[in-house]
Design a protein around this ligand. Sequence first.
Ligand code: SF4
Length: 346
Amino acid sequence: MEFEPNRQNTEPEGLIRDWEGKPYNPISLFYRGLFGSKVFKVPVALADDCPNRRGLKGMETCNFCDVHGSFAYPENANKELKEQIDRHMKKVGERCNTDKFLIYFQAYTTTFLQLKRLKEAFDIALSYDNVVGLVVGTRPDCLSPAVMRTWEEYAQKTFVAVEVGVQSFDNKQLDWMKRGHDRQQSITGLHRISENCPSINLGVHLMFGWPGEQIEDVIDAAKICNHLPIHNVKLHNLHVLKETPLAELHARGEFEACSLDNYSAYVGAFLGHLRQDIAVHRLAALASRWDELVAPDWARHRMRNFQYIIDYLNDRDIFQGKSYEGQDLEYQRKLIEGENISYWSS
Ligand code: SF4
């Protein structure tokens, strides 16, 4: 079959209330439609650094990030790429009875590497018959023209997804997290990717649960997403891992992790205002290394949390896009031009 690099979502004509029983549009449906069956991600570490940890332009480590650079399998981090792929594929393939994989370059900032290494890694990943695509995690301020050309080049022959760690569209929150970029850099970066890489599948990571966060902030984030050229979002609950700057704040009583109930309310407010064609990777992050988790305790339990959030949404008849109000071209112009606006308070 000829590879067709068309990744554009289209808004549904009528209001959808559920997606195979779920109150949100899960990315698994998109994958199934594209690949004809389930696919699983194989997270790998290629980079071992990022602009924050390097201290470029006075940047500091993001306050929630552990020494493994948000990598789910640090025990594999120092292994050759091929060995990382082989080990993980064997484990997932046996457990999940699947033979289609996406190689997910997850750890640190993958686009902080030399381009030559990145291309070599892509070629190694694609040398496997059962690898159907590549997923690259990066930041909104690490997008060189050469990197984007490379993504588009590979997207002409395979599925390429880019997941951008935006985390928040609120500058106060971004400062507090020590992200080292602001909301406008995220918005501009996502538009640059979309313009330069029309064939890639583009997503953003967002975090909820920062101190002082209001429901309106979350609604604002959904409305901004609605005006961005993105195809999917991944939601995380801010959680505290050992030996992170956030753990120090937590120990001093300056940060309290949000409850599952409050987090569910954030997810409900966000999804309720999100366009229905934007696929959702997941509703919350699981702390994959339990021994590192400080708080909240509920972040240990993947299925229990998932079900809690689903029940929360169903009990209140919340579903993705229920309160979506359509596109506002004037708002979109302001976003692109960087005017200091807030959707909900204007
Ligand atoms: S979250 Fe990403 S950018 Fe921030 S310190 Fe960790 S690896 Fe670096």
